[in-house]
Design a protein around this ligand. Structure first.
Ligand code: SF4
Length: 372
């Protein structure tokens, strides 16, 4: 299988209260320029050339890159890798950070998929999250993208926000579906310990997330989406026909993905994962001094990752393929655990495929724990 490339752009206009990603507040054009220079050096230093059919710019806010910087990165990738002409090239962006002109420039450089964080269509909730955009900005961003000829657009919503009711969530889903993006990622809010939101919850300024309500929200989301020509293909991802994210699918099917930039993670397609230094300034310094910023490398248990990552997909895991790849009979190896989870209604085994049930998607971590 061709590999994927992930490029991390860590800069954001401001920091959202729930965010745990490796991001820095945008301070100056010079800092971004020196980051791009380190990033291209890291790509040039990559050991081997590979066939590639997806490139994903994530962050952070990659749409803070100028078209010239984007062009420089894409040219460096093309100089090192054999990039398929029909590659999926995704750029994450934030509403209110893009103009029609810039979008057209990105598009002419090859970006053919846009992904952005809408999160909610309620301005009070957006403010509470520390987001700088409004619901009107989300609608405008979709319109700009369509006018700039993007026909593969995805956006994220988060369910289970502080004080969000089931009715609020239903309104968000309706708004999202009315905009008809080709792809939707719908997440349940996760509280990360070192974030301002975690502190607000600890000090009582925000309520603790309600897990039962979050489960109802998840069920409502699956129901509403199924009625609108979208298909759930992964725990948190839904799309119109043939609009699955090709890049993200590589993570769940254990294809090789090479990450560049601070905090970027890579998988070599066989059994090794490695990751880069998380801090932006230290990343730049490491690349400048020795050409690499890898700080962690682990050999993984490929057969167990094949199962628990594959289970994230609605099509599940093909037990025949598993046996062919690893010489292990899945049913026999996990017999007792599989029976227990079947009895709990979390998994099903049909036509030699192991899949999560609807209930299993809600309690997926309990199932994954068996295979980790
Ligand atoms: S825009 Fe995204 S990456 Fe940036 S701080 Fe907010 S959640 Fe984090």
């Amino acid at each position: 299988m061709p590999s994927g490339i992930y490029i991390h752009i860590p800069f954001c206009r401001s920091r959202c209260s729930y965010c745990d990603f490796a991001t820095d507040v945008y301070r100056s054009a010079e800092i971004v320029e020196s980051y791009v220079s380190a990033l291209t050096k890291e790509i040039e230093n990559f050991s081997t050339s590979r066939a590639v059919d997806t490139i994903y710019f994530g962050g952070g806010t990659p749409s803070l890159l100028t078209p010239t910087q984007l062009e420089k990165i894409l040219e460096t990738i093309s100089g090192k890798f054999s990039v398929a002409a029909d590659s999926e090239i995704t750029m994450e962006m934030n509403p209110a950070t893009v103009t029609l002109e810039t979008l057209k420039d990105y598009r002419s450089l090859g970006v053919n998929r846009a992904s952005f964080g809408a999160q909610t269509f309620n301005d009070t909730e957006l403010k509470r999250l520390g987001r700088k955009h409004t619901a009107a900005d989300v609608r405008e961003t979709i319109e700009l993208l369509r006018n700039a000829s993007y026909n593969n657009v995805s956006f994220d919503l988060i369910a289970g926000l502080p004080r969000q009711t089931l009715e609020d969530w239903a309104r968000n889903l309706d708004e999202a579906l009315n905009l008809q993006p080709e792809h939707l990622s719908l997440y349940l809010l996760e509280i990360h310990q070192a974030t301002p939101l975690a502190e607000q919850i600890r000090s009582g300024r925000q309520p603790l997330p309600d897990e039962e309500l979050a489960a109802e929200m998840y069920e409502l989301m699956c129901e509403k989406i199924a009625r609108k020509n979208y298909r759930q293909y992964e725990i948190s991802n839904f799309c119109q026909p043939n609009r699955e994210s090709k890049h993200n699918s590589k993570y769940w099917t254990l294809d090789a993905v090479f990450g560049f930039g601070c905090s970027a993670h890579s998988f070599n397609g066989a059994d090794v994962r490695y990751s880069n230094e998380r801090d932006t300034a230290r990343y730049v310094a490491m690349i400048e001094s020795n050409g690499s910023a890898v700080v962690e490398e682990n050999k993984i248990n490929t057969s167990s990752e094949f199962v628990f990552l594959g289970l994230r997909l609605t099509k599940g895991v093909d037990a025949g393929e598993y046996e062919k790849l690893f010489g292990i009979n899945l049913r026999e190896k996990y017999d007792e655990d599989l029976k227990r989870m079947e009895d709990l209604g979390l998994i099903e085994f049909s036509e030699n495929r192991l899949k999560l049930t609807g209930k299993g998607f809600l309690f997926s971590n309990e199932v994954f724990a068996v295979f980790v």
